[in-house]
Design a protein around this ligand. Structure first.
Ligand code: FE2
Ligand code: FE2
Length: 448
């Protein structure tokens, strides 16, 4: 089934989640990819190099770098405790990511692999600290876990370097900056100025920054090539840009999107979601773990469980569109903020349903805040319309939301968490799912 899914469609669709994180107009990564690949073609790059450029640009915001920086600024300004913990940060992130995505035992069951890392994930805040500290490398690391090569990873890692050496994190200059990063930077600025000011504004901006931010040779290539091509601009401005970009993927590489790869991609984007806020570090992984364990106890077959696990990993992908000032707010949310939080479920549906094969998964996953009594969001569905698989994700999600530390409450012991959940059985929580969860927790030694 999954081999009918094109990698370009999958990654291109998920890049919409990255647009949300960066606060860019919808479709920014896809349009930047269109621009960059056309620059690459005018440079005469071979298909292999164009393919790497294609994914380096689509995934350029995988590290959510400016977002992470904003989190740290906001949080450091607001909370001294966080600041103290921040000093404890080590450099073990790459090791942990490597472990998370270790290819060994891939066929030997997700639950076993995940259980062993659950303790690490439980220490969520420290992990988030590390994520912030290593934000320049995070996107590149996740790209590697998504099986992209070094030319793609380094393109992402060096996205914020500038031709004149004024960029970050290394202050690299000139040819020392990977070509994919130079083209990606130029392309993203062209898109931003084109969206806000039109064609001339975009071209003028490239010229203004030539030799500063941008490689002057690339600016010339753009001016003499794509910028003079009416068809280039027309497609960029059309509603068909998605299809055009999916079709633009150079055909030299055939990376089959099989079940294993789909799992890796869901894990990678789950990590992007979890690293948005210090309080959600590890959340998607834990929800996926518990949802899978509950599903097993409830007798779902292996392939359905695997499918569901992806839905659990991605259930909060829409949170990338919610500001951290709201997600990390320690106090009560005002009505407007509450509406913004609820919108994450809508974003999850929008992002996942862009992928043809994910339509059912989008519905199941995006309904995780619906309640059996009809008082949930975003649609206010009631029991008969809420699928078993959704109820499983909801149970795992509520457990982790109460059990783990949040801005508005400390960590809650497991027995107390279950007491709170029992009060919501029938109204929000399915009794069979909760019973299965209790069995899981007992087996894992978290409950007597
Ligand atoms: Fe949620
Ligand atoms: Fe959640």
């Amino acid at each position: 089934m999954p081999d009918t899914l094109k990698l370009s469609e999958l990654i291109g669709s998920l890049s919409y989640a990255l647009d949300l994180t960066e606060g860019q107009p919808v479709g920014h990564c896809v349009r930047s990819c269109w621009i960059g690949v056309h620059i690459g073609r005018h440079l005469g790059l071979a298909d292999d190099a164009l393919w790497e450029l294609y994914y380096a640009i689509l995934l350029k915001d995988l590290g959510c770098s400016s977002n992470a920086a904003r989190i740290s600024e906001l949080y450091l300004a607001d909370d001294r405790l966080f600041k103290q913990d921040f000093k404890l940060v080590g450099d073990s992130l790459p090791q942990m990511l490597g472990f998370l995505f270790s290819h060994t035992g891939r066929h030997a069951g997700w639950a076993d692999r995940l259980r062993s890392i659950l303790n690490v994930l439980r220490n969520g805040k420290k992990m988030a600290d590390e994520l912030i500290h290593t934000r320049c490398h995070r996107g590149a690391d996740i790209a590697r876990q998504l099986r992209f090569n070094e030319n793609v990873a380094r393109g992402i890692q060096s996205l914020d370097e500038h031709w004149d050496g004024s960029g970050r994190p290394l202050g690299a200059a000139g040819d020392a900056i990977p070509l994919n990063a130079r083209i990606a930077l130029l392309s993203q600025v062209i898109d931003v100025f084109h969206v806000t000011g039109g064609r001339e504004a975009a071209v003028a901006e490239t010229q203004r920054r030539a030799g500063g931010w941008f490689d002057p040779a690339l600016v010339r290539t753009f001016a003499e090539g794509p910028a003079r091509d009416e068809a280039f601009w027309r497609t960029l401005e059309s509603d068909d840009i998605d299809a055009a970009v999916f079709a633009l993927e150079p055909a030299c590489h055939h990376m089959t999107v099989d079940e294993d790869y789909l799992d890796d991609i869901a894990e990678g984007f789950g990590l992007v979601v979890d690293s948005k806020s210090p309080f959600t570090a590890g959340h998607s992984q834990r929800v996926a773990h518990y949802a899978d364990a509950i599903a097993r106890d409830m007798g779902l077959d292996d392939s359905r469980r695997r499918w569901l696990r992806r839905g659990a990993l991605l259930h909060d992908v829409g949170k990338l569109g919610v500001s951290n000032t709201i997600l990390d707010k320690p106090g009560k949310l005002d009505p407007e903020e509450w509406v913004a939080v609820q919108r994450h479920a809508v974003h999850t549906r929008e992002i996942l349903s862009r992928i043809g094969l994910f339509h059912e998964l989008a519905d199941v996953s995006a309904a995780h805040h619906e309640r059996l009594d009809g008082k949930g969001y975003p649609l206010g569905l009631s029991a008969p319309d809420i699928a078993l698989e959704t109820r499983i994700i909801t149970t795992a999600d509520i457990f982790d939301a109460i059990n783990a530390e949040r801005p508005y409450h400390p960590e809650t012991p497991v027995p107390e968490t279950l007491d709170i959940m029992r009060k919501n059985v029938g109204s929000a929580i399915d009794p069979d799912c909760l019973a299965a969860l209790e069995g899981v927790l007992r087996r894992e030694g978290l409950l007597d």
